[in-house]
Design a protein around this ligand. Structure first.
Ligand code: PLP
Length: 431
């Protein structure tokens, strides 16, 4: 009998990204832990894939889904369902977007696709500004604007994309700049681009680049960009697929770290809100959301069973102040990780906000990004019972840490200790 992995390889596309030499078959989870088919337990420092926002198998979510499944699993957007309206009301109120309208999708990709559709229709242009090193999804249009070569396979796009500096500065021409000089240089770059074009529809940007390796532009970059965009009537889409729901600790949304920028014209969300159930969506100012003049529906967006999970999950998050927990435990973890990496020659930086922490890795003895060292650390951590994420692209390689927002201080310490052991074992093996 062939292994599950061999059976998977026989039917799955070759380009599907998989973690680990011997991929893990997960069977169940509880709290911040998951178990594999051999009964091994792992502390989940990647929160699914930033999807398990509160906790694995959160009883309130399980109960809400089971009860909803017993009543009505699905209704398309042709009909009303109470959970969908209630969650839309709550997200609209939380979003900060004035006169907000909400449209539910089933993924982050589809949310961004919809935002691009709205922006191009509203502005009558198919030109989009995107950030270098960005990631926005895997559909034709979202891959077409993704500024990360590792995730953008064809280079073809239905949109005309112009890539802006500002998402990452670990390397490249602006690496040594102070924050202020960096912001000035990125704004000058943006102005320069706009001098060569007309009628750009929108800038889409992640407040912290997720797949790109948890790289943050300095606070104030998007505020400075916004002033330029407003002069040209260009819309700002904040892709909050990874940064929403309080993950960054100090703020509920990533755009709020760029305070003077004000709320975006549109924000897109997905991942954490359903605690693993497939919910995505767009929040847009009414005049933008309503600019389409043909009918549209979503067959699965806003389906009561997924939305029931979202409502229960959001209630748990707010009632238990998990944003505050992300701030407090995130700060402890950051401090602990900074001491854990001391003397590890291939860790160049520990960065992030709240429970969204990246460790920048380099090829030992060089200053170059090194995906192999990231894979080696992932394997070493897995052997010791810790799951991590990795990320990056042309400019950076990073380990990504984004556990459920209910992580306790003791679990943060456990994860940091295992990660320290894993880093040191990779260092010793490489020596
Ligand atoms: N936008 C960002 C910032 C993401 O990180 C992702 C997924 O990782 C997406 C969009 C696409 O979301 P999905 O995988 O749900 O289609």
């Amino acid at each position: 009998m062939s292994s599950l992995y061999e059976r998977h390889r026989a039917v799955a596309p070759d380009w599907l990204a998989l973690y680990y030499r011997d991929p893990i078959e997960l069977t169940h989870g509880e709290g911040r832990y998951v178990w594999d088919a051999d009964g091994n337990r792992y502390l989940d420092f990647f929160g699914g894939i930033l999807t398990t926002m509160t906790a694995h198998a959160l009883p309130e979510v399980t109960k809400a889904v089971a009860e909803q499944a017993g009543r009505l699993i699905h209704s398309s957007t042709l009909y009303l369902n109470r959970p969908m309206v209630e969650l839309a009301e709550r997200i609209a109120a939380l979003s900060g977007v004035p006169d907000a309208r909400v449209f539910f999708t089933t993924s982050g990709t589809e949310a961004n696709d919809t935002a691009l559709l709205l922006a191009t229709a509203y502005r009558g242009s198919n030109q989009i500004l995107a950030m270098r090193n960005s990631y926005h999804g895997r559909s034709f249009s979202t891959v077409g604007i993704t500024g990360n070569r590792a995730w953008s396979p064809t280079g073809l796009s239905p949109l005309q994309t112009l890539y802006v500096h500002g998402g990452v500065r670990t390397r490249g021409p602006y690496a040594q700049y102070t924050d202020e000089r960096f912001v000035d240089a990125c704004v000058a770059d943006l102005e320069d681009l706009l001098g060569h074009t007309r009628d750009v529809a929108a800038l889409i940007a992640e407040p912290i680049q997720g797949v790109g390796g948890f790289t943050s532009p300095p606070d104030g970059l998007y505020a400075a960009f916004r002033r330029v965009l407003e002069r040209h009537g260009i819309l700002w889409i904040s892709d909050e697929v990874q940064t929403g729901w309080g993950r960054t600790g100090d703020h509920f949304w990533g755009w709020q770290a760029h305070g003077q920028a004000g709320p975006p014209d549109m924000l897109t969300f997905a991942k954490g809100i359903g605690n693993g159930m497939a919910i995505g969506g767009v929040v847009a100012r009414a005049e933008i959301m309503n600019c389409l003049d043909a009918n549209s529906i979503s067959t699965f967006g806003g389906s009561p069973i997924t939305i029931a999970a979202g409502l229960a999950n959001l209630t748990h998050l707010q009632d238990n102040d998990l944003q505050g927990n992300a701030r407090r435990v995130g700060a402890l973890l950051m401090e602990r990780l900074r001491s854990a990496v001391m003397g590890v020659e291939f860790v160049r930086e520990v960065r992030g906000r709240g429970l969204m922490i990246g460790l920048e890795l380099v090829r030992p003895g060089t200053d170059q990004p090194d995906p192999d060292v990231a894979s080696a650390v992932l394997e070493a951590a897995r052997e010791r019972g810790l799951l991590l994420g990795k990320g990056g692209g042309h400019h950076t390689t990073a380990l990504r840490i984004a556990p459920p927002l209910s992580l306790t201080a003791a679990e943060a310490e456990e994860g940091a200790r295992i990660l320290e052991e894993a880093l040191r074992s990779v260092q010793n093996e490489g020596a």
